[in-house]
Ligand binder design. Structure first.
Ligand SMILES: Cc1cc2nc3c(=O)[nH]c(=O)nc-3n(C[C@H](O)[C@H](O)[C@H](O)COP(=O)(O)OP(=O)(O)OC[C@H]3O[C@@H](n4cnc5c(N)ncnc54)[C@H](O)[C@@H]3O)c2cc1C
Length: 400
């Protein structure tokens, strides 16, 4: 990162004597519980739904892959996140069928983690005719997020409590209270991690975060004769899912995108769109038109498409402390940021939560315990980065 003024990490840390309270039991919250439990913390995971992975992480099939791009700014983050998935996800949960990303540009220059193939070699790899050259990622695959969440919280020091909607966070001398809608205290600890996707905006301490909801749908269609063996990705993707008893191949296809959507619900026009896009992506496919299953959900996206991970800054103090950022004062004239002590966020996973969650949770574990191997990545994902960028551009006043 070029300029890190205002993005220094908190100087304090927590030890395993503190119970970690985690709000949200999707991929993010379950991965954080796992990362902290492995560091010896007792973790209590709260969700408003009765079961884990009941919101966006109820997605039936999530692709895990690196970022195949010549733009180096995000690729190193994805490379590390993808490497951690390949290393840590159990084989029976990670279906590593490989992924072919179709290329329109025909560029054959080096891309980390991916092998260039012409259309004919790519077709042999896929087991179906492809009309474009492609990048092949042998280790890529897909997961069923709910199974991975269950695997992550299957630890003696992780407790899950469903049916708890946290409506407010209150700071006390001891730490943070999680309050229910009737203002009753659900629990209290000096260490709280908020992993509840865009609902983090309901808490005053985090309502400065620029999160956007993007709706989307995936559909599963039976595939009759010509079916791919690998995931095929382009503007859209198809994921082969083989029923182990009947041998029937079906394909998860998707996903649609609807900006600024408030609610997610399955609809027939998205099903039609997914069916048609899959056929455009792989014209040789023989796909039934009726969906066997469908899922609609809301992605929580950030403006730079990277998640928000780390200690939450005190926004109004931040705006005052750094109001001169655009004037280029020397770094040593700025104080370190003031944080809401003990309050951390892991949100904004967009369309790539499955690849990112375990790496991000590990980074948060490093930050919370003060043993940081990846300070530069943590600065890249810093919750204050958007305030910082606005101040640099002179877009906000200190009183905002
Ligand atoms: C159509 C579609 C396709 C996708 N495809 C892929 C893919 O192929 N690969 C991939 O990596 N990702 C994919 N994603 C994205 C992925 O699903 C998300 O990044 C991931 O599930 C986000 O996890 P999360 O834990 O942040 O959010 P969630 O799973 O939404 O978890 C947040 C949890 O917080 C709980 N909560 C919210 N507010 C409160 C509160 N006040 N009190 C208590 N609990 C609360 C919710 O009940 C929920 O369980 C896709 C998403 C969609 C919609």
């Amino acid at each position: 990162m070029k300029n890190t003024i205002g993005l220094s990490l908190p100087a304090y840390s927590f030890n395993k004597e503190n119970t970690a309270l985690i709000i949200g039991a999707g991929l993010a919250g379950c991965a954080v519980a796992n990362a902290l439990a492995r560091r010896g913390f007792h973790c209590k995971l709260y969700d408003q739904h009765p079961t884990i992975a009941a919101a966006t992480s109820a997605l039936p099939a999530a692709v895990i892959r690196p970022l195949i791009s010549h733009d180096q700014s995000h690729t190193s983050f994805y490379k590390k996140a993808f490497a951690m998935c390949c290393r840590d996800l159990p084989q029976h949960l990670f279906k590593q069928c490989g992924l072919l990303q179709l290329s329109k540009s025909g560029s054959t220059s080096n891309i980390t983690d991916a092998q260039w193939m012409n259309a004919s070699t790519a077709s042999s790899q896929a087991g179906i005719r492809l009309d474009s050259d492609a990048w092949y990622v042998k280790q890529a695959g897909w997961i069923h997020p709910a199974d991975v969440c269950a695997h992550w919280i299957n630890h003696p020091t992780v407790e899950f409590s469903g049916n708890h909607h946290v409506s407010e966070l209150r700071q006390t001398e001891y730490g943070w209270q999680l309050l229910a809608t009737n203002a009753k205290v659900i629990d209290e600890s000096p260490l709280v991690i908020v992993a509840n996707a865009s609902s983090i905006l309901q808490f005053n301490v985090a309502n400065h975060l620029p999160l956007q909801q993007i709706g989307g749908q995936v559909d599963r269609f039976n595939c009759d004769r010509h079916c791919p063996k690998t995931i095929i990705s382009g503007d859209t993707y198809v994921i082969p899912d083989i029923d182990s008893t009947s041998g029937q191949v079906s394909l998860w296809t998707g996903a649609t995108h609807h900006r600024s959507q408030a609610m997610a619900s399955v609809n027939a026009s998205d099903t039609h769109q997914n069916n048609q896009s899959a056929k455009r992506l792989v014209p040789a496919l023989t796909l039934q038109t009726d969906a066997q299953a469908s899922f609609a959900g809301l992605r929580t996206a950030t403006p730079d498409r990277l998640p928000i991970v780390g200690a939450l800054p005190h926004a109004s103090t931040y705006r005052q402390q750094y109001c001169d950022l655009r004037h280029g004062k020397p770094a040593d004239q700025y104080p370190p940021p003031v944080y809401h002590r003990g309050l951390y966020a892991a949100v904004g996973f967009g369309s790539r939560g499955a690849t990112q969650a375990s790496f991000v949770a590990d980074l948060l574990g490093q930050l919370i315990t003060g043993v940081c191997d990846e300070p530069i990545v943590l600065q890249m994902l810093h919750p204050a980065r958007f305030l910082n960028r606005e101040l640099r551009k002179g877009k906000v006043q200190p009183s905002n």
